[in-house]
Design a binder for this molecule. Structure first.
Ligand code: FAD
Length: 388
C-alpha cells in the first residue's frame, strides 16, 4: 500500500506549529480555488491575473512577514510556507508576492520615511496598489554596482535618467522602487506611476514566467522631490538587503514547484499502464520517484531550518545563498525528471511539470544566478572573493 502522504515522507508537517500549518492550508485552498483551475490557460496566453491582487491582500500574504502598516506580521516560516504554496500553483504568483512584499514593500518598510510608509504600505498590503523593484539594467545584471541610471540634484529636487530591464510587475506598478547612482553612491527613489518622463514597455515572447508581467522601464529627465528618496538607504546595501528577503521566499517557493511536479508524476505513474502494468511498478520509474522524493525532502528540510534561523534573527546571507542555490537547482531537476515520467503528456500544459521547469529557468537566474550564489558560498568557505 502506498503511503498516505508520499509528498511528505519525512513528516515535516509534524514539526510545524498549528498556526503555520493553518496558514499554509489557507493559502493552498485559495490557490486551489482561484488559480489552479486557470493557470494553464493564463500561462499559454501570457496573462497575469491582476484582479487577484486585492484577494491576495485579503488573504494577508502581501508583506505578510512585515510588522505594522496593515501587514500581517507573521513569522518567517509562515511566510516561507505561503511562498511554497504559491509556487506550487505557479512561480508567477510567488514572484508577484515576493516582489510586492519582499522587494517593493520591504524597501519602503526598511529604508523609507514615516511618511512614505504611511502613504504606500497599507495600500500595497491590501493589494490596492502594486509595487516593483528596479535594480537590473540592460548592461548590468549580476553586477549592479556598474548601473548607469543616475539621479542628480537640481535645487531641492532630483532629476532621474536611465533605464531598467527585466522588472517584475513593472508595467502595472503604481510605485517603483528605483535604484540609481548619485554623487554619494547608490540611492533608492520611489517613483509613482504617471510621473512625467517615466514610461514602461512589457517584455514579450517569454518562455518562462508567462503568467507574470516583466517590463522595461525608462526614465527620461524624471523630476522627483527629495521626499521621493528612501532616506535611510545608502549604497548597494539598500537593494541587497531587500534581495536577501526575497531570496528567502524563493528557497521555500522552489520546494513548492518541485512538490507539485512530483505529485503530478506520482499520480500519472500510477494511472498510466504500459506493458500491462502501471509505469509506477517499473524499477526505473521507482528510482526516479525515490530519488526525487529524497531531494524534495532534503530541500524542504533545508528551507525549514533556514526559516527557523531567520525567526531566531541569526540567518546569514551566505546561508540564504546555500538555500537558493540548492533548492532551485534541485527543483528544476525534479520538474524536468517529472516531465519525463509523463511521456508525451509531459509537454502539455494540462500537466504542471514542464510549466514549473520553464518557470524555474527564471528563478535560477533572478535574485542572483546560481553562479553568483556559488561564488558567495565559495567566498564564505575560502575567504577569497572570485567575482572578478
Ligand atoms: P548576466 O549578469 O549578464 O549573467 C549572464 C551569465 O553570466 C549568468 O549565467 C551569470 O551567472 C554569469 N556570470 C556573470 N558574472 C559572472 C562571474 N563573475 N562569474 C561567473 N559567472 C558569471 N531584476 C530586477 O531588478 N527586478 C525584478 O523585478 C526582476 N525580475 C525578473 C524577472 C524575470 C522573469 C527575469 C528573467 C529576471 C528578472 N530580473 C529582475 C533580473 C535578474 O535579477 C537578472 O537577470 C539577474 O541578476 C542576472 O543578470 P543578467 O540577466 O544580466 O545576466
Amino acid at each position: 500500500k502506498p503511503m498516505k502522504d508520499p509528498l511528505d515522507l519525512l513528516d515535516l508537517a509534524s514539526v510545524l506549529t498549528d498556526e503555520e500549518r493553518e496558514i499554509q492550508a489557507t493559502v493552498a485552498k485559495f490557490l486551489a480555488d482561484r488559480v489552479r483551475p486557470h493557470i494553464g490557460e493564463w500561462f499559454e496566453n501570457a496573462h497575469f491575473a491582476r484582479e487577484l491582487a486585492p484577494e491576495l491582500g485579503k488573504l494577508g500574504v502581501l508583506g505578510m512577514h512585515l510588522e505594522g502598516y496593515g501587514c500581517a506580521g507573521t513569522n518567517a516560516v509562515s511566510y516561507g510556507l505561503a511562498c511554497l504554496e504559491l509556487e506550487a500553483a505557479d512561480s508567477g504568483f510567488r514572484s508577484f508576492v515576493s516582489v510586492q512584499g519582499s522587494l517593493s514593500m520591504y524597501s519602503i518598510w526598511k529604508w523609507g520615511s514615516e511618511e512614505q510608509k504611511r502613504e504606500w504600505l497599507p495600500r500595497l498590503a491590501a493589494g490596492e496598489a502594486i509595487g516593483c523593484f528596479d535594480l537590473t539594467e540592460p548592461d548590468f545584471g549580476s553586477n549592479p554596482s556598474g548601473m548607469r541610471t543616475r539621479a542628480v540634484r537640481d535645487g531641492g529636487d532630483w532629476i532621474l535618467n536611465g533605464s531598467k530591464m527585466w522588472i517584475t510587475n513593472g508595467g502595472i506598478a503604481d510605485v517603483a522602487t528605483v535604484w540609481a547612482q548619485t554623487e554619494d553612491g547608490v540611492r533608492g527613489f520611489l517613483v509613482p506611476r504617471g510621473t512625467p518622463g517615466f514610461t514602461t514597455q512589457d517584455i514579450k515572447q517569454k518562455m518562462s514566467l508567462r503568467a507574470s508581467i516583466t517590463s522595461e522601464l525608462y526614465f527620461d529627465s524624471v523630476r522627483l522631490p527629495d521626499s521621493a528618496r528612501l532616506p535611510l538607504a545608502e549604497g548597494l546595501r539598500g537593494p541587497l538587503s531587500c534581495l536577501n528577503e526575497a531570496r528567502f521566499g524563493i528557497l521555500f517557493g522552489a520546494v513548492g514547484a518541485a512538490r507539485d511536479s512530483l505529485q503530478a508524476a506520482i499520480e500519472y505513474a500510477d494511472s498510466r499502464v504500459q506493458f500491462d502494468k502501471p509505469i509506477s511498478a517499473f524499477q526505473l520509474t521507482q528510482k526516479k520517484l525515490a530519488d526525487m522524493t529524497v531531494s524534495l525532502g532534503s530541500a524542504a528540510l533545508l528551507a525549514l531550518h533556514l526559516g527557523r534561523l531567520k525567526d531566531q534573527g541569526r540567518i546569514r546571507p551566505e546561508q540564504i545563498s546555500v538555500g537558493k542555490l540548492n533548492n532551485v537547482r534541485e527543483a528544476i531537476a525534479i520538474a524536468r525528471e517529472c516531465r519525463s515520467v509523463l511521456g508525451a503528456n509531459g509537454i502539455s500544459l494540462e500537466y504542471s511539470p514542464l510549466r514549473h521547469a520553464n518557470n524555474l529557468e527564471s528563478v535560477l537566474t533572478y535574485e542572483g544566478t546560481n553562479e553568483m550564489h556559488t561564488l558567495v558560498v565559495g567566498q564564505a568557505i575560502t575567504g577569497y572573493p572570485a567575482f572578478r
